[in-house]
Ligand binder design. Structure first.
Ligand code: PLP
Length: 226
């Protein structure tokens, strides 16, 4: 068994255990293998081991890999997205995790309309107000969500966050909880069920799963240090 296959098996086992601890169905949690900077050969190893969803941060890099590997796996965009790259993003990705402003949503709407596609997206939330990170401030999210929900070629299926980085997952846990609570408040707007919560990375995905993550974005623990 390859190292990547072993890592995937271990991450999946930890994810299953965390779901059970949180009283959740492990099948409700999907593992997004973050493959930024990882070459096609190593992604192929993950594919051969049964991994089905890959997350990419850079459009140019993703385009090359998707051309090589095809649309068999599901490709998710998790990086910062510039408005002028909206069309490429809609062409390439099944789910875009990082929609954080109306202007970007409108560009995606236009691109999706042209391609006759309904694009699934997540609204990215910047819970700690970190200037270095993308994401809408939580207080702006209801209005942003309401506006995006009115765009016919976009479907908001949930929220994504990238909390401040801490060694200790227990320090990050309140951010995961806050994202879930924000999602629960948005549900009261009756604009859709918002099933997905994209949260948790290599260092803290177990806490995220315990708090309700449905998509965890794990790179290093699968592919090793970048
Ligand atoms: C790189 C990246 C990850 C994965 O981080 P690891 O610590 O390597 O698991 C997850 N989410 C986003 C948005 C990233 O850019």
């Amino acid at each position: 068994m390859s190292q990547i296959a072993r890592n995937l098996e271990e991450v999946q086992a930890r994810l299953t255990a965390a779901a059970r601890r949180g009283g959740r169905d492990p099948a409700a949690v999907k593992l997004v293998a973050v493959s930024k900077t990882v070459d096609v050969g190593r992604i192929q190893e993950a594919l051969a081991a049964g991994q089905k969803i890959f997350g990419e941060n850079y459009l140019q890099e993703a385009r090359t890999k998707i051309a090589a590997l095809g649309a068999g796996p599901s490709w998710h965009f998790i990086g910062h997205l510039q408005t002028n790259k909206a069309r490429a993003a809609v062409e390439l990705f099944q789910l875009i995790h990082s929609v954080d402003r109306l202007h970007l949503a409108q560009a995606l709407e236009k691109a999706a309309a042209r391609l006759d596609k309904v694009q699934e997206i997540l609204v990215q939330v910047n819970l700690a107000g970190e200037a270095s990170k993308s994401g809408a401030p939580p207080e702006a999210v209801p209005e942003l969500y309401r506006a995006i929900a009115g765009l016919p070629h976009l479907r908001v299926v949930g929220l994504m966050t990238m909390p401040p980085w801490f060694d200790d997952p227990e320090v990050v846990r309140p951010y995961f909880r806050a994202l879930r609570e924000l999602r629960d408040r948005l549900r009261q707007l009756d604009l859709g069920p918002l099933p997905e919560l994209s949260m948790g990375m290599s260092g803290d995905f177990e806490a995220a799963v315990e708090e309700g993550a449905t998509l965890v974005r794990v790179g290093t623990a699968i592919f090793g240090q970048r």
